[in-house]
Design a protein around this ligand. Structure first.
Ligand code: NMX
Ligand code: MLT
Length: 428
């Protein structure tokens, strides 16, 4: 067993000391006031959560611990999971020991495969991923131990067990979903000598799946791992887990949020958008034609997928990391070229569109990821959000382990009616 558990315990002690310090300054200290606009506006900009796995700075993007996206983007997802849970990178012997541990836990139960195989052929792969995980809920170690009766201080340890059991199965489960949904249904066996991302890349069984494709999958699984606590999927997962619903319920719930077009599904929407541009204009696409297409899309009431963000106010550094990969590995690919043309044109349009109502005109991670996958022959874009999900589960797990380890209570904010607010306004 690696020293992951020990290092999580150390991190929890450190975080608890910080919380003790914060509380000593006064639990009544005001961090953020709530406006009527925020109550009706998706709580945008309201600081109301503490999340210690990662932090999104509006101007420099995702940070994990003290590391920027650029700092950690060359690492393995296994190391990123360690970083999310402990705030630091593991020692060099971690990967080998962690792989040995995960290798004991990889096997997806037969009943899950049976369930996935009986679903209608046009079931969305995100539904399959969410159901696949939910179907294994009876395996939850946390649930079994909770029913026996355990101390609150032990919740995180059994949740870590559940996390490892799920994470170990993800490459096999996600690749199996691809092969059932888009291939001949035959599964490629897990290779104990490959790392987590390498296994997933290999088990998809694509004709082009060489070293460069594995490198893309590694980068993909790193860049989507977490995005602080307020994004729809992580927040959903945390809310569900805060009721002590085990991690299987919480992960499945988080994935259901990720499956929406304003969140994780935007990557599939982006590629559709790019392919439509390609279909209409072909190789000789000009900037003027891109502008025309973007305005047509906006004027028909649709969003430009891959652009905008609730927190970021600059180009997403995850987008930049993917663009760097694209420049190195697929600069001549047509979809990648269209991605670049959109990047040159869309921010300028969104800055002024309808009086500049779009808060952030810059691209997010989803604006480019699909073009890269498409370049390597992963052309079933319904599948793209599954890859996002596999990576984001690392964040769901880390966030829930830390929250339980810090004894955080059930999440239950107060809602009010319009009448309550009107009465409050009249009182002023
Ligand atoms: N294209 C057109 N309109 C947009 C866009 C866009 N890309 N982004 C925001 N707007 C609109 C938005 O619909 C809203 O319009 P209205 O007032 O008529 O309802 C207005 O601009 C203000 O919204 P914002 O405050 O800028 O954005 P918000 O924080 O509410 O939403 C997103 C953030 C990401 C949901 C939004 O920018 C969007 O829909 N983007 C396109 C979908 C996308 O790329 N999602 C992926 C996000 C990243 N991820 O991986 O999850
Ligand atoms: C994410 O990665 O979760 C997205 O960028 C959306 C968000 O942070 O709200």
């Amino acid at each position: 067993m690696s020293n992951l558990k020990e290092e999580i315990r150390n991190n929890l002690n450190k975080l608890q000391d910080e919380i003790n310090f914060i509380f000593a300054q006064g639990r009544d200290t005001v961090l953020s006031e709530v406006t009527v606009g925020q109550v009706y506006g998706g709580m945008r900009g309201l600081t109301a959560l503490a999340c210690n796995t990662s932090y999104v700075d509006p101007y420099s993007g995702l940070h994990i611990g003290e590391y920027t996206t650029e700092d950690f983007s060359s690492r393995l997802p296994e190391e990123i999971f360690f970083l999310l849970c402990t705030g630091k990178f593991p020692e060099s012997d971690f990967i080998g020991k962690f792989r040995e541990d995960l290798n004991q836990r990889t096997s997806v139960p037969e009943y899950t495969w049976n369930l996935l195989r009986t679903l209608p052929k046009d079931t969305h792969p995100m539904t399959m991923l969410s159901l696949g995980i939910l179907s294994m809920e009876k395996e939850s170690v946390f649930k079994k131990e909770y029913q026996k009766g355990i101390q609150k201080s032990q919740y995180w340890e059994y949740t870590l067990e559940d996390a490892l059991n799920v994470i170990a199965k993800l490459p096999e489960l996600a690749a199996g979903i691809y092969r059932i949904r888009f291939g001949d249904g035959n599964l490629i066996p897990h290779n104990p000598d490959l790392d987590w991302a390498g296994n997933l890349a290999n088990m998809l069984g694509l004709p082009n799946s060489g070293k460069d494709f594995s490198e893309l999958i590694r980068l993909y699984l790193v860049l989507h791992c977490d995005h602080e606590g307020g994004n729809v999927s992580a927040f959903t997962s945390r809310v569900v887990n805060s009721a002590l619903s085990d991690l299987y319920y919480a992960i499945s719930a988080g994935l259901n949020g990720l499956a929406g077009p304003l969140h994780g599904l935007a990557n599939q929407e982006c590629l559709k958008f790019i392919l439509k541009i390609d279909d209409r204009y072909g190789d000789s696409l000009t900037e003027e034609e891109v502008r025309k297409y973007v305005f047509e899309t906006l004027d028909s009431g649709k969003v430009i997928p891959g652009y905008g963000h609730a927190v970021l106010r600059v180009t997403d550094p995850r987008f930049t990391a993917f663009m760097k990969f694209g420049d190195t590995y697929c600069a001549e690919n047509n979809c990648f070229k269209i991605t670049k043309k959109l990047f040159a044109v869309v921010p300028g349009i969104l800055k002024t569109y309808k009086g500049g109502k779009v808060a952030n005109p810059w691209p997010n991670v989803d604006a480019v990821s699909g073009s890269l996958l498409y370049n390597f022959g992963l052309d079933q874009f319904d599948y793209y959000t599954v890859l996002f999900g596999v990576s984001r589960i690392l964040g769901f797990c880390a966030q829930n382990i830390l929250a339980l380890g810090l004894g955080q209570p059930i999440i239950r904010p107060k809602s009010v009616t319009n009448k309550w607010i009107i009465d409050k306004l009249r009182e002023r």
